[in-house]
Design a protein around this ligand. Structure first.
Ligand code: ARG
Length: 414
């Protein structure tokens, strides 16, 4: 493989949470071969990427995206007018925006069957630009739950019946086991289950349990038996605890966690993925795009508490991985969440670690991404300004490299 030398002025070590000054990354093809000091003699005529005046970080990782979703369509009636291609086309645009924003890996936790799997494959084949994707299928939901289409006339039969094999609606341990096995058959990397109610759905409550402990346990055991991790959407206090006790790997949202939930998460090593930017967008711009009052009311009931509980959980020592629910707000704005993570208790370095090393660990790719050390992919971003001084500079990433290939470079223009 071809050798490239990347001169990095300030290289963020995501293990240590601090910079190393003036290093040379030696790349062999798409991977890092070695990390050398500035005294390293780069052979004359070699291919050099000069970031010697810049802040160089591992490519960012978002553990909670929906690449097929659009943040300018909040009217649920839209879903009856769409074909699977509607979200597939959107996902092509969204994948590029995500990569251009400096996110070189994402975990997609809920798309139409099996859009994210196909998108992952198309990107890996080099057909489309986009981040590395750890793909789930559609989220598992109870009948009438957060993932179902609720409160329409039963004559329309818009409920996604399990006998139509939609790979999503599953009630009881047996259907859950079958659905997860079917998802594995069609190539998902990870399983997503909707443990409690949610905000952006009709006829349910974020705080109310949907799956029982027994069902969550079957889900976790089945996912793990297929060699996959499992993420649970859980806003509700009881569902968070049930999901942790069931052995689920990450709690998404975790809005209404209590002290016992925090204690359990620490004891089990469960990650929290808390999307604490979304409240701004839902209570702001989403109103222009047809969001219903029912959903706004639910958001008002969880948004602020979620941010306060983010601080509580982090300060108590719960493992935190960066995840934003991209698609609720426009793809490409993922880094807007860093501001809130720092406002609610993290240092900029800790917030960046949540989006690099911790995220890589949660998505099961710690040996490939999240750290710029030998053997890892050459996935990196570069900035003119220091994000440890002002984390918001991550909202405009001028330089992105994925697998040793420059995906975006606006450094020269600055
Ligand atoms: N997908 C989530 C739900 O509908 C979004 C929650 C966003 N709100 C928040 N405060 N994080 O439940």
């Amino acid at each position: 493989p071809a050798t490239t030398y990347v001169k990095a002025g300030h290289l963020f070590d995501s293990e240590a949470g601090a910079y190393r000054q003036n290093v040379v990354l030696v790349l062999a093809g798409d991977r890092i071969q070695s990390v050398e000091s500035s005294s390293f003699a780069i052979p004359t005529g070699a291919k050099v990427v000069d970031l010697s005046n810049d802040y160089v970080l591992p490519g960012l990782i978002d553990c909670h995206t929906h690449l097929g979703a659009r943040a300018d369509k909040y009217d649920p009636i839209n879903s009856f007018k769409e074909t699977p291609f509607t979200s597939a086309y959107a996902s092509v645009v969204n994948a590029k925006r995500t990569l251009d924003a400096g996110f070189t890996s994402v975990r997609d936790v809920g798309s139409l069957p099996f859009m994210a799997v196909d998108l992952r494959n198309a990107i890996n084949e080099g057909l489309l630009p986009g981040p590395r994707i750890v793909a789930s299928g559609p989220p598992l939901s109870i009948t009438g739950g957060h993932g179902d289409l609720n409160n329409y006339s039963p004559q329309t039969r818009v409920t996604m019946f399990p006998e139509e094999r939609d790979f999503s609606i599953a009630d009881g341990p047996e259907q859950i086991r079958q659905t997860i096995r079917a998802q594995a058959k069609y190539g998902v990397d990870v399983v997503k289950i909707l443990a409690s109610g949610g905000v952006l759905s009709k006829g349910d409550q974020p705080g109310a349990p949907q799956y029982t402990f027994e069902e969550l346990k079957m889900a976790a055991d089945t996912a793990h038996a297929t060699g996959r991790k499992i993420a649970a959407h859980a806003h509700g206090t009881q569902s968070i605890k049930d999901a942790i006790n069931a052995g689920i790997d990450s709690i998404e949202h975790a809005s209404l966690v209590d002290d016992e939930g925090i204690r359990l998460a620490k004891a089990h090593g469960t990650y929290f993925v808390m999307d604490i930017y979304d409240d701004d967008y839902i209570l702001g711009k989403a109103k222009d795009f047809g969001i219903q009052e029912e959903m706004l009311a639910k958001e008002r009931s969880v948004g602020k508490l979620q941010r306060e509980n983010f601080r509580k959980a982090f300060e108590a020592g719960v493992k935190m991985a960066f995840g934003t629910d991209a698609g609720v707000y426009p793809h490409g704005d993922n880094a807007k969440q860093f501001h809130y993570m720092v406002m609610y208790g993290m240092t900029p370095a800790q917030a960046i670690q949540a989006a690099t090393r911790n995220a890589a660990d949660l998505i099961g790719r710690a040996s490939d991404v999240g750290v710029l050390s030998p053997g890892h992919y050459a996935d990196l971003i570069a900035l003119k300004e220091d994000p440890l001084q002002r984390v918001e500079v991550l909202e405009h990433v001028p330089f992105v490299m994925k697998g040793g290939v420059i995906a975006k470079n606006e450094l020269a223009a600055k």
